[in-house]
Design a protein. Structure first.
Length: 272
């Protein structure tokens, strides 16, 4: 066998071609996230009405939500997708992209559920949850619940799957392209379990606000990627609780928070 026929490897024995695929996949996901941020900023320009902003029609919301999730989640989930690509030992990025597609599909389903809850809440509220009535208290309560959830065993389990995904991937391994999508969807389910309360906080602060969208995305990245897990979760809980206090006591003191006017920003607007 000639030297040219021997596959080049890294110092750790990994095939260089496979390493390039993983690095390219991560770069592609980060690039897609950047493009999604740009698209979201363009589509949501001038639409921030503060807490409980109207979600618009179902089709419009689902399209915006899916792109938002790509923008917010792809950077923090890219190490997991890179790990999956390494485990498949494929020289094609297709399995990793299908894994990302399954992950995004789960978050899109979560968005549909949120839209349904918002629409039902809008039908039942009858003006009670307008900002100048109970709206700010409901927003503060949502933030407080999110803070408490940060410290629960369920949050800890789900976050553990996101931070150390090797065991979860091995325990639910599925071969083939369909398996890649299914495993991505399952990983997305763990992520929804980890981050649903933070997403609820985004609704409470302004779902169409790029400022709060970036803020929540940063909290998610800190929890998933930094090595100090307990410090990250306790810190996030403290931040959410402080926001709850400010929303009730001094909402105008929160930079980036749009205060609904004219009775707007209520739950009955959320269903479009």
């Amino acid at each position: 066998m000639t030297a040219a026929a021997v596959e080049r490897t890294t110092s750790r024995g990994w095939p260089l071609a496979a390493v390039r695929v993983r690095l390219g996949l991560v770069a592609l996901l980060v690039g897609l996230a950047i493009l999604a941020w740009w698209w979201t900023a363009d589509r949501m320009s001038g639409m921030d009405d503060g807490p409980w902003t109207s979600l618009g029609g179902l089709g419009w919301f689902v399209s915006v939500w899916a792109v938002m999730m790509a923008a917010m989640m792809f950077p923090s989930v890219s190490p997991t997708i890179a790990l999956y690509a390494r485990m498949t030992a494929k020289r094609s990025p297709l399995p990793g992209l299908l894994f990302a597609g399954g992950y995004l599909a789960t978050w899109t389903a979560a968005g549909l559920a949120a839209f349904g809850v918002a629409a039902a809440g809008g039908q039942l509220a009858h003006g009670v949850l307008a900002w100048d009535r109970a709206g700010r208290w409901f927003a503060a309560g949502t933030l407080a619940v999110a803070a408490v959830y940060e410290l629960t065993p369920l949050k800890n389990v789900c976050l553990g799957k996101c931070r150390s995904p090797l065991g979860a991937l091995l325990g639910s391994w599925r071969g083939g392209l369909r398996g890649a999508f299914e495993m991505g969807a399952k990983n997305g389910a763990w992520c929804v379990g980890c981050c649903w309360a933070l997403m609820a906080s985004l609704f409470a602060l302004g779902i169409m606000s790029l400022v709060w969208m970036a803020f929540v995305a940063a909290l998610i990245a800190v929890e998933k990627l930094l090595p100090w897990e307990r410090a990250a979760t306790w810190g996030t809980a403290a931040i959410l609780l402080a926001l709850a206090v400010f929303v009730v006591a001094a909402p105008h003191a929160l930079p980036g928070l749009t205060i609904p006017t004219g009775g707007g920003g209520s739950m009955e607007m959320m269903g479009g």
